[in-house]
Design a protein around this ligand. Sequence first.
Ligand SMILES: Cc1cc2nc3c(=O)[nH]c(=O)nc-3n(C[C@H](O)[C@H](O)[C@H](O)COP(=O)(O)O)c2cc1C
Length: 212
Amino acid sequence: MEDSIPPPDRSSLTFDDIIRGRRSIRQYQPRAVAPELITQVIDAARWAPSPHGRMPWRFVVLTLPERKTCLADAMAVEWQRNLEMDEQPPEIVAIRLRKSRARVEGAPVVIIPCLYLEDLDQYPDVQRQQAESTMAIQSLGAAIQNMLLAAYQRGLDSGWMCAPLFCPDVVIGALDLDPALIPQALIMLGYAVQDPQRRERLPLETIIARWE
Ligand SMILES: Cc1cc2nc3c(=O)[nH]c(=O)nc-3n(C[C@H](O)[C@H](O)[C@H](O)COP(=O)(O)O)c2cc1C
């Protein structure tokens, strides 16, 4: 199975093809991802715009099965607590926990983009400090999009899970990370098992609020 499906060759795609072709994948082939491809994907993040050019992000890469399991175990406890708080029936809780664990453990590569705010400007007032943090979050989004597009162009697929947003300290504790890092997401990388159904996009004219 692992090597039965050759990785797609997307090297001749145009930039527009890459933007439109990138899709979220939730199930991956067991095929490993070459370390140089992971490095190239993270390198793409460096070219994103960021406030004052400070690059307020760091990336944690997990490829070892035991590290992914350790993360999945820790997040499952938090996830279960949230689902129970929402009064979900136990059988639904069990299914959702199983699926989310399978997503973490089943991806060949899990990248955890983290905010790193230590190099940002400090302001005496809450409003400007808050804006500084918002800028950091915006730029992390730009960095992640660079990574997703770079991955796609290289024949890889990716998926985005927001789970760490709800338990950043749990992620730090489980992986023994520097507490200055603020985990924001899980970005899965690998080779898609199948093409997903795409979500419809809003018509262009509906997203242009005003043009005058
Ligand atoms: C900030 C953010 C958080 C997301 N969180 C999740 C998530 O937790 N689980 C998931 O399956 N997809 C998640 N996604 C992926 C979206 O569901 C997906 O991008 C959207 O449905 C459009 O599909 P496409 O990426 O295939 O174009 C997230 C995307 C973003 C930008």
